[in-house]
Design a protein around this ligand. Structure first.
Ligand SMILES: NC(=O)C1=CN([C@@H]2O[C@H](COP(=O)(O)OP(=O)(O)OC[C@H]3O[C@@H](n4cnc5c(N)ncnc54)[C@H](O)[C@@H]3O)[C@@H](O)[C@H]2O)C=CC1
Ligand SMILES: Nc1nc(=O)c2c([nH]1)NC[C@@H]1CN(c3ccc(C(=O)N[C@@H](CCC(=O)O)C(=O)O)cc3)CN21
Length: 292
């Protein structure tokens, strides 16, 4: 198989790119279910898909397994995630070499979350501290990699201010990142302000909005608290009014995401990345809602 086209080349075609995020399932049954999901999602022809990187151990093997499945069996352009968590520099070099040899050219480059039960990020022995360090390591090892990095419209929870966080984002860009995918947000004004502030700082690379169609009020409350994203009062009210009926929740979440995406594209966003949590149905419902 030929090496992948870099996503920055796709962005230069000046049309909005649609991408989907998968996470590696815990067991073999989950992999079989994911294959079905991916086959279904072929119909909506995403420009690329990403696969998150597990916090450690066996789920890391699954990232490689699922990436291979999505690339070689399904035929998607795959952007595996890689994080600094629990890796020495030598291990990161080895993973980078494996990905490169496997034909991957696009990597979502992240520091990673602290392992479950820990609140503070502690670098691994001889490991890296920041996303920017991993960008530098990967670019030095394979200059033809195209690297995505995370951006935080409402600030990373650990950053003392948005200003400092933007300085740190600039470090990642200066180290060689090709594009930014944002943390999920539910109010587009937050994204537009963030893009303006990035541009004012000389960050010129594409900033892809990250959108999550909400499926459960409890789950999204827990997650947004963890990652520092704001849930608008109107969205909370609508989700509450669904009274935990799954189909109603799904349609409220879908309608919200559809109107976000329409508005983002109308304002010239370079595309959108969907945090679909391995669910074909919500991605299909969105595609139907967005069809002109
Ligand atoms: N899958 C995805 O697309 C997304 C994943 N995430 C997750 O969020 C977590 C954070 O990852 P990253 O964004 O890569 O972390 P990061 O290393 O870029 O940032 C983490 C914290 O360190 C600070 N920082 C960054 N670079 C610095 C530097 N050179 N000097 C001093 N401070 C610096 C930042 O301001 C921030 O507070 C990860 O766990 C990632 O998995 C977040 C958003 C999107
Ligand atoms: N800090 C951070 N870490 C991430 O891994 C991450 C982000 N942010 N932002 C973008 C996406 C969104 N991601 C996630 C990951 C898990 C849940 C979540 O709520 N997980 C449920 C289980 C859901 C399921 O299995 O279907 C949980 O209870 O933790 C949400 C968003 C992964 N990505």
């Amino acid at each position: 198989m030929l090496p992948d086209t870099s996503i920055s080349t796709l962005f230069s075609l000046q049309r909005p790119l649609r991408s989907l995020e998968f996470f590696p399932p815990k067991d073999e049954a989950g992999v079989i279910a994911l294959r079905e999901t991916a086959l279904t999602l072929k119909r909506i022809a995403p420009d690329f898909v990403s696969v998150t990187y597990g916090a450690g151990g066996s789920t890391r093997e699954r990232t490689a397994q699922v990436s291979r499945l999505l690339r070689e069996e399904i035929g998607f352009t795959v952007m595996p995630h890689l994080t600094c968590v629990g890796h020495t520099r030598d291990e990161l070099h080895a993973v980078a070499d494996q990905l490169h040899a496997g034909g991957y050219r696009n990597i979502m480059t992240l520091r990673g979350d602290p392992p479950k039960g820990q609140t503070e990020f502690v670098p691994y022995q001889d490991g890296l501290r920041y996303g920017s360090d991993l960008v530098a390591l990967l670019m030095a090892r394979h200059p033809d990699f195209c690297l995505g990095v995370g951006g935080y419209p409402e600030k990373h929870p650990e950053a003392p201010s948005l200003e400092v966080d933007l300085d740190n984002l600039k470090h990642k860009v200066d180290a060689g990142a090709a594009f930014i995918t944002t943390q999920l947000f539910f109010d587009n004004a937050v994204y537009y302000r963030f893009v303006d502030r990035c541009r004012a700082r000389g960050i010129t690379i594409p900033i892809v909005p990250g959108i999550m169609p909400v499926l459960s009020l409890k789950q999204i409350k827990r997650f947004t608290e963890m990652c520092g994203a704001t849930l608008p009062a109107t969205l909370i009210k609508r989700l509450e009014a669904a009274h935990e009926v799954p189909e109603i929740l799904e349609s409220v979440g879908n309608e919200w995401a559809v109107s976000q995406i329409r508005d983002l594209l109308a304002h010239g966003a370079p595309g959108y990345h969907l945090y679909i949590m391995n669910r074909a149905k919500s991605a299909l419902a969105l595609a139907a809602g967005l069809a002109a």
